[in-house]
Design a protein around this ligand. Structure first.
Ligand code: PLP
Length: 387
């Protein structure tokens, strides 16, 4: 009798989900838990978007669409890349998906044969190595360091490339670190891709949540790139499930075939609402960005000065602070559990994001300023009680 497949066995659990489960238990038992572990915007989806979805449902936009996505949405995505980054994207090179997560299956599924390698940062968003492994590829983690702003070192990237390397994964603004890569880093990676013939896979899902200036798309630097993007974060649409892939021409049809067979299409009325998000929600997005930035400007110094955590480089994007807690403990999972039990504050253990994240805790500021202040007060009291 065969048991569970090796492929499924090999998926590393996302341990923060255990923290979430325990936080919920504590809440159900009547405790007030400050939830700083989640990457889910607390702000509501802008009403112009919800109204568009309601109208679309009412008018019967409830059936399948083209697998690659509604033409209007693909044109809106193309226009967005052209106005935000000045890059031409042919709508024919876009495949609309049910979130950025399924788009990863399309990318890695059309790019990797067994044994092919993908360079990922360590720490990184854990789905990347899991997807690569699941498809028979080999993730090659490259350590990025807090004191260097969690940026790849181009010479190390170059040295990690082998004849089996297919892609370098880039995520800026980054989960978990909040790093926004400067243009020279993207340019250096683009040059490496062009010189060596590997691809860049750029997860741009946190674009629009950049507090230092404008995020730059990898497509400004090279067309040897796949872009993953979605509506979850910047439009506060995590539960709607909408994302997309911009692929080099040769990979569009393979990606579309994966989409056709495995997912059919993204939700019809959600795609209509996504078109409205791209074209009519810019004022709401600007307000949300300002709100996150206000929280960030409070949280970073508060974690440093009041709680005593080390943050070497100011995070300037997404809605995370990745703080070094190694003076408290080098076992981030045990530490996050202890903080949850004793201080009733939940945060994500750094080990979830790779060995390079061990000793760190990730705090999300996708929650109100008042709750952040309460969390900081509890953490500093907890820290001072431990002496
Ligand atoms: C870096 C990164 N990429 C992708 C995702 C998943 O996005 P989606 O909701 O579009 O599947 C997340 C969610 O936390 C993320 O942090």
């Amino acid at each position: 009798m065969h048991g569970v497949s090796k492929r499924a066995e090999a998926i590393r659990p996302f341990v923060v989900m255990d923290v979430v489960a325990r936080a919920k238990e504590l809440v159900a038992a009547g405790h007030d838990v400050v939830r700083l572990e989640i990457g889910d915007p607390d702000l509501p989806t802008p009403s112009v978007i919800t109204r568009a979805a309601e109208a679309a449902m009412e008018s019967g936009d409830t059936g399948y669409t083209q697998s690659a996505g509604l033409p209007d949405l693909r044109v809106a995505i193309s226009n967005h890349y052209s106005s935000a980054y000045g890059v031409p994207v042919d709508p024919a090179d876009i495949v609309v998906t049910q979130g950025t997560s399924p788009a990863m299956l399309l990318v890695f599924g059309s790019l990797l044969d067994p044994g092919d390698e993908v360079i990922v940062s360590d720490p990184c968003y854990p789905a990347y190595p899991n997807y690569v492994n699941f498809l028979g590829g080999v993730p090659v983690p490259l350590r990025v360091r807090a004191e260097e702003g969690f940026r790849y070192r181009p010479d190390e990237v170059r040295a990690a490339i082998t004849p089996r390397t297919r892609a370098i994964m880039v995520n800026s603004p980054c989960n978990p670190t909040g790093t926004v890569l400067p243009p020279e880093d993207l340019r250096a990676l683009a040059e490496i891709a062009e010189e060596t013939g590997v691809w860049i896979v750029s997860d741009e899902i946190y674009h629009g949540l950049d507090f230092s200036g404008e995020s730059r798309s990898i497509l400004e630097f090279t067309d040897r790139a796949f872009v993953l993007n979605g509506f979850s974060k910047v439009y506060a649409m995590t539960g709607w499930r909408l994302g997309y892939l911009i692929a080099p021409r040769d990979f569009v049809r393979p990606a579309e075939k994966i989409q056709q067979n495995f997912f059919l299409c993204a939700n019809h009325f959600v795609q209509v609402a996504g078109t409205v998000a791209l074209t009519q929600a810019q004022d709401e997005v600007a307000l949300m960005r300002a709100t996150y930035d206000e929280r960030r400007r409070y949280l970073v110094p508060a974690l440093r000065d009041e709680v005593g955590l080390r943050i070497d480089t100011e995070p300037t994007g997404a809605f995370y602070v990745f703080a070094d807690a190694s003076t408290w403990s080098t076992d981030s999972l045990a530490l996050s559990r202890r903080i949850l039990e004793e201080a009733h504050v939940s945060c994500a253990p750094g080990i979830d994001f790779g060995p390079g994240g061990e000793g760190f805790l990730r705090f999300s500021y996708a929650t109100s300023l008042d709750r952040l202040k309460e969390g900081v007060a509890r953490l500093s009291e907890w820290a001072s009680e431990r002496g």
